[in-house]
Design a protein around this ligand. Structure first.
Ligand code: G4P
Ligand code: NA
Ligand code: NA
Length: 197
């Protein structure tokens, strides 16, 4: 089986459709972690961006860290996770961006120390979910502040019925989503290009 097939199978088996907009995947991605599946996901990200000379993986705490770390392990490059805070006071030595979550109706500042991304880096940005795209745009903002080259964005599960994907592509950034959800209607997971399950 391909990496994408393994991921989709896991989503079908263990994912819980909470509403038309939210898929719960606490048993392998957001709470308990399936490291073997994460490793396969890491391999797939590395394969998709193999034409890029990636020097660092950048993600956001907490659920991006597992898949990002697997990609970093395979490439042998460091993994940096942006930290979230309600609001930042001392920002001198930080690259930071404001991220508004429509889902949670709250804003956080995300930040990365200036020690860990530079204009000599080519970064691959990885996250678990892509919904409205605000977290990914925040990571893009931080990478741009650092003057790093952005190889692209790698997402484990994209909710294609929400606007994040289009926003990232419109920003001229390459997006690779491993599983794309077409809809979660009627309590069913439907992947792009497939029948509802
Ligand atoms: P956005 O960044 O794409 O705009 O997403 P949004 O603000 O809507 O998402 C807020 C949080 O909810 C993020 O996690 C995101 O990963 C998560 N999320 C969004 N849609 C879903 C979904 O359908 N299922 C699940 N399981 N999560 C979803 P976070 O608050 O950053 O938390 P974490 O990284 O600590 O897990
Ligand atoms: Na996340
Ligand atoms: Na999350």
């Amino acid at each position: 089986k391909t990496q994408v097939e393994l991921l989709k199978e896991k989503i079908r088996q263990d994912g819980k459709v909470l509403s038309e907009e939210v898929l719960k995947v606490d048993s392998f991605l957001n709470h308990q972690i399936d490291p073997v599946l994460m490793q396969e996901i890491g391999k797939e990200f590395v394969a998709r961006f193999s034409d890029q000379n990636i020097t660092k993986i950048v993600t956001i705490e907490s659920s991006g860290i597992a898949p990002a770390t697997m990609a970093g392990l395979i490439l042998g490059v460091p993994v940096v996770f942006a930290r979230k805070r309600k609001s930042l006071t001392l920002t001198d030595h930080l690259y930071s961006a404001k991220v508004h979550s429509f889902t949670k109706n709250e804003s956080n500042d995300i930040s990365v120390s200036k020690d860990f991304i530079s204009n000599e880096d080519t970064v691959l940005l990885i996250d678990d979910f892509l919904a409205n795209g605000q977290a990914a745009l925040g990571l893009i903002d931080i990478a741009e502040q650092a003057g790093a080259k952005i190889a692209g964005v790698g997402i484990v599960i994209e909710k294609a019925f929400q606007p994040g994907g289009e926003l990232i592509r419109k920003a001229g950034i390459r997006l690779e989503s491993l599983a794309e959800l077409q809809s979660l209607q009627d309590g069913k997971v439907q992947f792009v290009g497939e029948e509802a399950f």
